[in-house]
Design a protein around this ligand. Structure first.
Ligand code: K7E
Ligand code: CUA
Length: 662
């Protein structure tokens, strides 16, 4: 409200912006145009900079209208930002250990996820991951704010985060895959899809010499069935489709007109495996010889039927439709696409699929109607070396729009416009899908370009990959910040830039260098769509969201001993642990059952135990179990690491590990 009032002062946008940016400098901000423009000019702000500051300010105590869920790259987490303020509000640990939240440092849920979410035969135990593509759950093609899925590019894993408590609840090591990239959710969250990036041998031990690459290495497209009540992935109801050993890149699920289909880009149809010291041939050279790679079109509804008919093999517990069955049953088709594509993005109405080839200055647009028609009429130009039918590109091509150098990813504004990130140009290109855009009557026309700083990867618009984008902003997720911030040593932060979609030409509102890690993809959802918990019901186990068997109430704290196993039922409350002393004997197994009995939101405590690498964090109402072997004699002061009250410093207790009597 206040903002609007300022805006109306003689239309003095510049003046108003100055208060937004530097209100504290003038003490009580006085809304007269003269003072505000003086402020703006004293700060050396241009009109656009001042306007940007005003349009992005979220005043103290007010909420941002959008959440942005951005992946955390090789820090392995999810970052939650408010839009348009671009403030980093939370980091949700997923694949990597995190001592702030106690994820992977002794607390049972985090430990189970981190240790259990890897297959010891294949890759475990893993302590980090590389989160790339967050995918919010959807109902009827729109984000519903319930769950979030994300892939681990490094190890081929997939995770589920509950947006009730913003905690990771499930990590699955995807069988038969060693890495992953393409990740998406189908329009009614029927499936979370994850595909491999680098192929893996289908041999029993996961090894095969590179001379056997074409025969023994395979990619996979995995469809994890999602329990509609819990949001959890159910491996027994899921299936995989075997793919050639091309590199599978990004993936997107069809919607509306293309519902039931999945699209995965591929590169390296050359099957390059790199060179040796004696015969240098980098993969980048070997994998860029062909002028065309393939868009892989998967009919997942048909795949469901093929699996139901029993036409699958079981590999490492997963139901797999082999490549030959997928080709024969019409589950899999290929379409040539300009070489080395990266992004594939279905338009909000589902009619078109936009492909960006890193080495081609165009966005290539395919039509789902034409694809369906070609499949129905078996209009094929032949088969690839694995027997997969190839649909001629001409038969399904709708348009090619020249956008600039290094196009990667496309998002939509719901008003008929598309926005494509240009990595090499360091820019975003705007182009129109059709007359609805109001920009031009002519469909598939380049409109304008806005520079970004620098090397943009993904871009994100609120709802920009759903059936109903809600527009307003596009966030550029730039890999490099170069000269944009003061010097920090050779590695600079990534740089997010907020761009106003309603301005013509497009204008940058603000930039937010992020010194945390590299978000690859992000999705932006309206704040009102989420309904997070304030506190847990007393005694909740976050793994099940039900009452924990170990929940303890005040005055019921106790220590039980059975041989060398010591069970401690403890509570945490401002500002003490009960019990405040725990005495065990060297060699005992200690099982701590901790309950935070607070009922006030924000009243989080930790159980932090020095010398044992144990760190657990407990939200109000939460139960956490910690188990360890007391194999080091000594006196240890466990404490609460969260400054929770005036007597927080006093919130500690003693663990005594007494020597074993000879
Ligand atoms: Cu382009 Cu993993 Cu989506 Cu990074 S990927 S940018
Ligand atoms: Cu509890 Cu500090």
């Amino acid at each position: 409200m206040e903002r609007r009032k300022f805006m109306m002062v003689g239309g003095g946008v510049v003046a108003a912006a100055a208060v937004g940016a530097a209100g504290s400098r003038v003490g009580a901000g006085v809304g007269t145009e003269g003072q505000l423009s003086t402020l703006a000019s004293n700060l050396g702000l241009s009109g656009d900079e001042a306007r940007g500051a005003l349009q992005t300010v979220t005043p103290p105590g007010k909420y941002d209208p959008y959440y942005m869920f951005a992946s955390g790259g090789h820090l392995g987490q999810i970052q939650v930002l408010g839009v348009p303020s671009m403030r980093l509000l939370k980091v949700i640990p997923v694949f990597s250990r995190d001592s702030y939240s106690g994820h992977g440092f002794g607390a049972d849920l985090g430990n189970a996820l981190i240790e259990g979410g890897s297959d010891p035969k294949k890759n475990g135990p893993l302590g980090w991951g590389d989160s790339h593509h967050p995918a919010l759950s959807e109902t009827a093609g729109e984000y519903d704010g319930k769950w979030l899925y994300v892939n681990d590019r490094a190890n081929g894993r997939i995770a589920m985060i509950d947006l009730g408590d913003f905690k990771t609840k499930q990590i699955i090591d995807v069988p038969n895959m060693g890495s992953s990239h393409g990740m998406c959710v189908t329009p009614n969250t029927e499936y979370a899809h994850i595909s491999s990036l680098t192929p893996r041998p289908i041999t029993a031990d996961g090894y095969a010499p590179l001379e056997k690459y074409a025969d023994l290495y395979r990619g996979f497209s995995t469809w994890y069935f999602i329990d509609p009540k819990t949001g959890r992935m159910v491996p027994e109801k899921s299936f995989q489709i075997e793919l050639p050993p091309y590199n599978q890149d990004l993936a997107d699920a069809g919607k509306l007109a293309s519902h039931g289909f999945g699209f995965i880009n591929s590169f390296n149809t050359e099957l390059a495996v790199g060179g040796t010291h004696a015969m240098p041939m980098p993969i980048e050279a070997g994998a860029t010889k062909n002028n065309f790679d393939y868009l892989q079109v998967i009919d997942w509804k048909k795949a469901e039927q093929v699996v139901a008919a029993g036409k699958f093999v079981k590999r490492n517990g997963m139901r797999v439709i082999t490549l030959s069955v997928a080709a024969a049953e019409g589950v899999l088709h290929f379409i040539p696409e300009p070489r080395n594509p990266h992004g594939v993005d279905v338009t909000p109405d589902g009619h078109y699929i936009a492909i960006s080839g890193k080495l081609d200055p165009h966005v290539t647009v395919f039509s789902i109607e034409k694809i369906k028609d070609a499949i129905a009429k078996k209009k094929y130009q032949g088969k690839d070396r694995y027997g997969v039918p190839i649909i001629p590109m001409d038969a399904v091509l709708e348009a090619q729009v020249e956008v600039g150098a290094g196009p990667l990813h496309t998002q939509y504004d719901g008003k008929g416009n598309a926005y494509t990130s240009l990595f090499i140009d360091s820019a975003i290109a705007k182009w129109t899908l059709g007359p609805k855009s109001g920009v031009t009557e002519k469909p598939f026309t380049f409109v304008e370009k806005i520079p970004v700083h620098y090397n943009i990867g993904h871009l994100a618009i609120p709802g920009g990959d759903t059936v109903k984008p809600t527009g307003k902003y596009v966030v550029a997720l730039n890999k490099w910040s170069l000269d944009q911030v003061q010097k920090l040593g050779p590695t600079h932060p990534v740089n997010l830039e907020l761009i106003d979609l309603d301005s013509r030409p497009l204008k940058t509102l603000s930039s937010m260098p992020l010194g945390n890690s590299e978000p690859h993809y992000a999705q932006i959802i309206k704040t009102e769509k989420l309904h997070p918990l304030k506190v847990y019901k007393p005694g909740t186990d976050p793994a099940t969201m039900a009452k924990s068997l170990f929940a303890t109430v005040a005055s019921q704290e106790r220590v039980k001993r059975a041989g060398t196993v010591v069970d401690v039922y403890a509570t945490l409350m401002r500002s003490h642990f009960s019990p405040g002393q725990i005495t065990v004997t060297e060699g005992d197994t200690v099982r701590l059952h901790l309950t935070n009995i607070e009922t006030t939101e924000n009243a989080t405590h930790t159980f932090s135990l020095p010398a044992h690498n144990i760190q657990a964090s407990l939200d109000p109402g939460e139960v956490v179990n910690v188990e360890f072997k007391a194999d080091r004699v000594g006196s240890y002061a466990y404490y609460c690491a969260q400054f929770c009250s005036a007597l927080h410093m006093e919130m500690y207790g003693w663990l005594l590990v007494a020597p074993k009597k000879a």
